[in-house]
Write a protein that binds this ligand. Sequence first.
Ligand SMILES: C[S@@+](CC[C@H](N)C(=O)[O-])C[C@H]1O[C@@H](n2cnc3c(N)ncnc32)[C@H](O)[C@@H]1O
Length: 466
Amino acid sequence: MGRLGLSLDLATGEVTNLTEGQPAFAAILASDLSARGVRALLLGRPGADGLSPSRAPEDPSGLELLVPRDAASRARTVLESYDWRYQLGNLGPWRILPLAMYLWDGMSVHLYWGIPAAPLPSVAFVSLERTLWQGASAGSLGFAEPDPEPLAVFLALQASRDRYRREERLRHLSNCLSVASWERAEQIADRCGIGATLRWAAGAARRATVDEESEDGTSAPPPDPTTLKAIWSVGWYLARHAYPRRLRLLISGTPRLGGVVGRCRFAGVEVLVGPGIFVPEMTSERLVKASLDCLAHRRNPILVETGTGCGAIALAIAAGHPSVRVHAVEKFGPPLMWAKRNRRRLGQTRVRLYRGSLLDSLPGDLAGRVAVIVANLPYVPVAVWADQGRLAKVAVRGESDDGLGLYRRLIHQARRFLEPGGRLVLEMGPYQVDAFRADVSSLGYAVERVERPVGGAVVVTARLSA
Ligand SMILES: C[S@@+](CC[C@H](N)C(=O)[O-])C[C@H]1O[C@@H](n2cnc3c(N)ncnc32)[C@H](O)[C@@H]1O
């Protein structure tokens, strides 16, 4: 792990949060980049009071950095050495975009080696990139900072193309314009062919509201690079109508967690998570720790995980124990495909994968031999997570009114497979523990441990009577 220690320490169970250490983080990153000979331009910065007007106060946890193209791989090497949790972009077809995103819990770095301009290629804005560098001066966090005028043009361009972060971009733009020379900003924008975009964005920033975008995206005018206007229009059309969704995302040039293939570091392993697949969360690392605690000092124990998704928990447990045999089950084909891919990437031969519901597809000869059954099945009550799309429906929303339906079925099936004294290790909401305790007790289990982190899911360990 890098020196930015955060997330869960599996030995102590301690979580270090980076949020409080952002200025320190920025300073470490700036110094590590500079040690590698990488100049970095800060385009968005953590919001600490008293910083220059170019800061984006509403995005206190994000750093947006532009580095020269020929320094991109060195900059990425620096970031790769840190213990980020998720990395997006720069994978598969996303390599065509000049960006990589690194996300921690509560912190992110967006690294650019070109101006994000999708659906246009970033080379369409090389002159803006040059102007951003030209006026740059040393900033307080150790990165270079651009003049407010080219920064305003950059922000207007981003506001016009990325509807997800539009409001935040416009607020940042408004700060920036309060100290910029409007004439100079207009000149730069006109030279880049996006004068109309700047004027549109400045107007929207002044109104401080953006009209909800219509389905075809017409309420926000796209930039108007004179020679490239046709490409831009076609690009925008495709970004909304192309099939499949992955292609639409690629054309719009804005990777989203859960929407594209991302790398996820989880409890000591790194897995890939494809679009539409549940992204492993930090809280679930506690399931790995609790399971490994149950298996400590055992030789060749058998562990079952059901609802394995991309396989993160199963693979992390196999990596954390020298001889455990893991049998992991998943109901749906796409997540199972990613679990297989991750198993292959990690070269893990002690994990077997099955398609099925709960424990249905496990081989009969496992009956009475399983030391631990671990699961993070969908448990959120329908009322809490009503109608949030397909992923939520299959991966998050629990069965029955209180959300515990799948766990109720699991604890019945588990009695056949667990060895005497075998354990269940399950993730659920803190509000579900009492109901769950009543259910398992009536089936001959005793709740041994309830781990309640502050906020978030709990991990319940229950032992079958010997
Ligand atoms: C909350 S996600 C957890 C994924 C993974 N274990 C993790 O923690 O990152 C729940 C997973 O359970 C799977 N699932 C839903 N119903 C299931 C069932 N009846 N049997 C097995 N898996 C199921 C979903 O497809 C999804 O991959």
